[in-house]
Design a protein around this ligand. Sequence first.
Ligand SMILES: C[S@@+](CC[C@H](N)C(=O)[O-])C[C@H]1O[C@@H](n2cnc3c(N)ncnc32)[C@H](O)[C@@H]1O
Length: 210
Amino acid sequence: MVPPGSSSHYFDADPGARSDRRLVELVLPDLSLRLETDSGVFARDAVDTGTKLLLLDGPEPQPGDRTLVDLGSGYGPIACALAVRNPTATVWAVDVNARARELCDANAHRAGLDNVRVVEPGAFPPDLVVDRLWSNPPIRIGKPALRDLLTRWLGRLGPAGSAHLVVQRHLGADSLHRWLNEAGWRVERRGSKKAFRLLDVTPGGEEPRR
Ligand SMILES: C[S@@+](CC[C@H](N)C(=O)[O-])C[C@H]1O[C@@H](n2cnc3c(N)ncnc32)[C@H](O)[C@@H]1O
């Protein structure tokens, strides 16, 4: 439990807030999923608008993809949608929050998705090359931590790999875009809707996949 006077965040390893599970719907043109959420996880009352935009406007599945990552999976809306859309790929759902990981794992099982692997960040196989990384990243962990996180995970992309991020404009999407460029990544703005930016990131020189 959270002691009086302290607060818990959706990115805590063990949120501690009293459990209060509920179901939310993820409805997209090509799929519909019921997902269980809980207090202490991001977007517990409804699938986040930015997450939904990313899933609506992000890139089409690539038939050759084998390894996909949902960085900061929460209860799994992105990971589960990717697993439906990429049945021959493995989707690694990575999160620091133990409650979110448990929900994500249960949501994938309930949906009959056996190609989702839910892991804490340190349990991701260090030598695995990532084809596609998707993320509604944890902006609220702060700029230095976020930059460090993205540097580590973007570094796992293969030469033809790409990352697809959704970031709110008022939470620093444009400065993140500039910083990624300065750090040597090629970044294209795929879209800008409802105060969100969708960013395609590739390891310098590659055209992002459409
Ligand atoms: C903005 S939420 C997105 C959650 C989910 N993908 C969604 O769209 O609903 C970001 C997630 O990143 C997770 N997170 C924070 N720091 C992390 C880290 N160092 N490694 C992996 N995940 C992290 C948080 O626990 C949170 O679940």
